[in-house]
Write a protein that binds this ligand. Structure first.
Ligand code: TMP
Length: 219
């Protein structure tokens, strides 16, 4: 059985990843694929508990190193429980965030640096790399405004605050943004960048173009 295809979506909070993953999954299903979907942090029962700690605005003064280690603990569980079995079964895996997020947020945003994050990745993830990463980069201003609106809405509807990251200052997100650009420039074969303030339909078009190319390349 050939190994499946591992596709990740990346971008700032509010970049439209969730909508695009749903659309891409529907597009793949219409072509006879049944993708395995997951998000990080989360995507497993244990990962969802780790997600609560990480995103809850009441988690105060979490050390950047602890934050990074929790991201990788979540990832190790997701790889063992979902990603590896699905790839071994020849399926397409669609993952909402992966190690690029840790490099951008903890490496860039929290200023831990790329080297440390990439070393952790090699140790914890055994070199598992996405075959294709779709990086959504609308303007920084658009992303931030959307993320803050969404967080206020979720909080008003459910009383749960997942806003620990959204509460960060703009300078933090500028560093995240910069690190994402660095990753894309470093790995142009893996990372397809969808840039600018495009409509949902326009972003979807660019995504399916990149995915179709990858599907053709792997037969
Ligand atoms: P999301 O699931 O709504 O995209 O939110 C996840 C948040 O966690 C988002 O603000 C980015 C952050 N995050 C990191 O800081 N590092 C990571 O490794 C991952 C996966 C997410």
């Amino acid at each position: 059985m050939p190994r499946g295809i591992f596709i990740t979506l990346e971008g700032l909070d509010g970049s439209g990843k969730t909508t695009q993953i749903e659309r891409l999954a529907a597009w793949l299903r219409r072509r006879g694929h049944e993708p395995a979907l997951l998000r990080q942090p989360g995507g497993t029962a244990t990962g969802d508990r780790i997600r609560q700690i990480l995103l809850d605005a009441r988690t105060a003064a979490l050390a950047p190193m602890a934050e990074m280690a929790l991201m990788f603990a979540d990832r190790a569980q997701a790889i063992a429980e979902v990603v590896r079995p699905a790839l071994d079964a020849g399926r397409i895996v669609l993952c909402d965030r992966f190690t690029d997020s840790t490099e951008a947020y903890q490496g860039g945003g929290r200023e831990l640096g790329s080297e440390l994050v990439l070393a952790m990745h090699r140790l914890v993830c055994g070199g598992l790399q996405p075959d294709l990463t779709l990086l959504l980069l609308p303007s920084l201003e658009t992303s931030l405004a959307r993320a803050r609106r969404r967080n206020q809405r979720v909080e008003a509807e459910t009383g749960a605050s997942e806003g620990r990251f959204e509460a960060e200052k703009d300078a933090f997100f500028r560093r995240v943004w910069q690190k994402y650009r660095e990753i894309a420039a470093r790995e142009p074969d893996r990372v397809a960048v969808v840039e600018g303030d495009l409509t949902i339909g326009e972003v979807h078009e660019q995504i399916v173009e990149a995915v179709a190319e990858r599907l053709l390349a792997t037969g």
